[in-house]
Design a protein around this ligand. Structure first.
Ligand SMILES: [Zn+2]
Ligand SMILES: [Zn+2]
Length: 321
């Protein structure tokens, strides 16, 4: 089978990915073999390719938004970022399996969906409908689920004002979930195309800064320099949640300007299976508009380079012919 692997982590210009031929993997006990139909391209894949996240094993296939069919049964499933947890540690036992110290991740600890097939633990795959195009389902698996957790983590009050910093794949789904809940969404992004998309999806504003104080905000851009301004834009009692797995350094904060008046700064770390189930149930019952940018499977490198250059408006997805 064909598989993209992270060969030599480095800037996209150094071509860190290689397309290789390898054996179709054998599912172990409790695992399923999935024939991949489409796989979403996430910024985390870019962090893995470029080495911002250190490799955990050599020549691993990235990709944790894989939609495919289970070999043997034909069941449609999605394979997301959270690959497995221990089930017995204090975090797992209190419903915080996203914090399990023994958790493993698709496309980092094990081969992911930038390949013709992958194996995954059956207990961690998400059942998906067979009659929706794979390209539309793939971005739900990380962009959607992580955005959903970030929305929960930012404690947005009912009808509140939400700032969204960076307007990529996850933001465009999260904005829709928030607007459906009655939130007033302000998108902060430099990209003209992303501003247009945000306004089309119902954002109240899209520009360089929010036009009013915010009750909550989510930082999707992996840029620590944005944290002070995002905290300053919060109203009293507001919360800023950082959605990404990687963030450049946060500049020195000033207590009075950035945190006093009970403003809160929070991270978002992966997701639980319950987050995944809750979001997918919502997204399948009330399908969001999923703006995808399809790339042929053979062009994974180009998809990641475009993402690095900020040239993807919506969610990039690798699709098979
Ligand atoms: Zn992701
Ligand atoms: Zn655990």
């Amino acid at each position: 089978m064909r598989a993209w692997v992270v060969d030599r982590p480095g800037p996209m210009a150094s071509r860190p990915l290689a397309l290789i031929e390898r054996e179709v993997p054998e599912p172990g006990p409790g695992e399923v073999l999935v024939r991949v139909e489409a796989c979403g391209v996430c910024r985390t894949d870019l962090h893995l390719a470029e080495g911002d996240l250190a490799p955990r094993r050599p020549r691993t296939s990235p990709g944790h938004q894989a939609v495919g069919r289970v070999e043997g049964t034909g069941e449609r499933v999605g394979v997301a970022w959270l690959r497995s947890t221990c089930g017995t540690c204090p975090y797992c036992r209190r419903g915080m399996e996203n914090l399990c110290p023994s958790s493993a991740y698709t496309g980092w600890d094990a081969d992911g969906g930038y390949a013709d097939y992958l194996v995954a633990p059956a207990d961690y795959v998400h059942p998906l409908p067979g009659d929706v195009p794979a390209e539309r389902l793939a971005p739900l698996l990380c962009a959607g689920i992580i955005g959903y957790r970030a929305l929960a983590r930012c404690d947005l009050p009912a009808g509140g004002r939400l700032g969204i910093y960076g307007f990529g794949a996850s933001a465009h789904l999260t904005a829709q979930a928030a607007i459906a809940q009655g939130a007033v969404v302000h998108a902060v992004t430099r990209s003209a195309a992303s501003r247009e998309l945000a306004l089309e999806l119902g954002a109240a504003s899209a520009g360089d800064r929010p036009p009013e104080p915010l009750d909550a905000a989510i930082l999707f851009a992996p840029v620590g320099d944005l944290v002070p301004a995002a905290l300053e834009a919060l109203d009293r009692g507001g919360t800023l949640a950082i959605a990404g797995i990687h963030l450049t350094d946060v500049p020195v904060l000033n207590y009075e300007r950035h945190l006093f008046q009970e403003r809160t700064l929070r991270s978002v770390t992966a997701n639980t299976r319950a987050d995944g189930r809750a979001y997918l149930e919502l997204a399948l019952a009330h399908p969001p508009r999923v703006t995808t940018v399809p790339y042929p499977f053979e062009e994974a490198g180009r998809a990641l380079a475009d993402l690095a250059a900020g040239q993807v408006n919506g969610a990039a997805v690798l699709v098979k012919d």
